[in-house]
Design a protein around this ligand. Structure first.
Ligand code: HEM
Length: 404
């Protein structure tokens, strides 16, 4: 399968992977690439990608989602059953729609404030000045992290994200997140002990008592034990990578794509109740995560290719989302595509590891798009845009717009 020329980190594919995905789906649905740290098999068809995501007996997460065999414990995405369910159940309450909805006023207020800051200039670079601060706010609200620490979190998130492909680049950031979070956990646990609170009771009034860090610090798992400090730290680090850059990309991608398709922008402006459809179509059309790796617990065969046990297999969500056997006119961007169809996209994964932050990401994406369109009646792209750096993520590094 090496005959097929597909280099996932080659310059042309980085610039626009979609034409190559189409060739892969048609001609080489299981592709083996040797140029990265380990051989990587890529799956590009919807049915194959989905078959991996629903079969936890065969497909493991224990070596992490990147191309290296990473054995860091602690983040949810690296666990298999039964440990995965125990931890996921523990986190779930913090990600339910009603919990997430608590952050809506703060995110909405920030969206308006950000636009107030740049509106009179008639020009703004949206990535840094809009698309990034909103998910940072959503994340820090969720965690219960103070505003002054958000800047550090942005830097760490960038480095940890790059580390998925180039592991050496993320060591410092990993250490910094562990140090910060361990201190936060310790503070909360000490406060809980000092106040002599029963297990599971937050130290109200002593330290920040709401948010995920408190939940992880002060509540025991189902088995009655507390999660070790380093595991909490690792989990926060993973949430940072999982939730931060991806949501920023959702916002930049959606706005950029609408600017490239003015008729779709007009359609949306005339029917603002289509914003949720536009968000879902953006996720389908421009998946913020192009693909991640799973590892097979046993040898498997797909399309006459034998894949030895413990291989790194990349499931290409972005390619599955353009599969014509599932989506009609898959390469057409339509903000009025029915939700029933667009929501079959795999950009949040599928099955047991389905993105825990999907509600939050959708909320932030919707508020960001709705507020920008409502506040600025006509804007246009001012400069060409570039993709973000990490090869398996897909978003715009800068989107500069102007208006009269
Ligand atoms: C548009 C934004 C986002 C996208 C595209 C996205 C995408 C993904 C994908 C592809 C996975 C892996 C699914 C699999 O293993 O097949 C995932 C898992 C996960 N995501 Fe997201 N994500 C986004 C936002 C968020 C946010 C905001 C958070 C939380 C703050 C978050 C937390 C997680 C967690 C905890 C997992 C692991 C779930 C598990 O293994 O059970 N994500 N996400």
């Amino acid at each position: 399968m090496d005959h097929f020329n597909y280099d996932p980190v080659g310059p042309e594919i980085l610039e626009d992977p979609i034409p190559s995905y189409s060739n892969l789906r048609e001609q080489c649905p299981v592709h083996q690439h040797q140029g990265l740290e380990n051989p990587v098999y890529s799956f590009s068809r919807y049915a194959d990608v989905q078959s991996v995501l629903v079969d936890q007996d065969t497909w493991s997460n224990r070596f992490g989602p990147g191309v290296s065999y990473d054995k860091n414990v602690g983040d949810l995405q690296r666990y298999d059953p039964p440990d995965h369910q125990i931890r996921r159940r523990f986190l779930r309450s913090e990600f339910l729609p009603r919990t997430i909805a608590r952050s809506e006023p703060a995110i909405q207020m920030l969206a308006d404030e950000l636009i107030d800051n740049f509106y009179d200039q008639g020009r703004v670079e949206l990535h840094d000045n809009y698309a990034l601060p909103l998910p940072v706010k959503a994340f820090t609200e969720l965690m219960g992290i103070s505003d002054e620490d958000s800047g550090d979190f942005k830097t760490w998130a960038d480095e940890l994200t790059l580390g998925m492909t180039y592991p050496d680049r993320s060591k410092q950031a990993r250490k910094a997140v562990v140090a910060y979070t361990t201190e936060q956990v310790r503070n909360r646990r000490e406060a809980m002990a000092e106040a002599n609170l029963p297990v599971g009771k937050d130290p109200v009034g002593t330290v920040v008592s709401e948010g995920l860090i408190s939940h992880l610090s002060c509540h025991p798992l189902d088995n009655g034990e507390f999660m070790p400090d380093e595991e909490v730290a690792s989990m926060i680090g993973q949430l940072l990578v999982a939730g931060h850059e991806t949501t920023t990309s959702l916002i930049t991608n959606a706005i950029w794509r609408l600017l490239l398709h003015p008729e779709q922008m007009n359609l949306l402006r005339e029917n603002m109740d289509l914003v949720p459809n536009a968000i879902e179509e953006s996720l389908r059309f421009d998946s913020p995560v192009l693909g991640i790796c799973k590892t097979n617990n046993l040898p498997v065969e797909y399309h006459q290719v034998e894949i030895p046990q413990d291989s790194k297999v990349m499931v290409l969500y972005a390619s599955a989302n353009r599969d014509g056997s599932v989506f009609s006119d898959p390469d057409v961007f339509r903000v009025d595509r029915p939700l029933l169809e667009s929501k079959r996209h795999l950009s949040f994964g599928w099955g047991a590891h389905f993105c825990l932050g999907a509600h939050l990401a959708r909320l932030v994406g919707r508020l960001a798009l709705e507020t920008l369109l409502n506040r600025i009646s006509d804007f246009r792209l001012d400069e060409p845009t570039e993709r973000v750096l990490p090869p398996f993520l897909w978003g715009r590094k800068q989107v500069t717009i102007t208006w009269d």
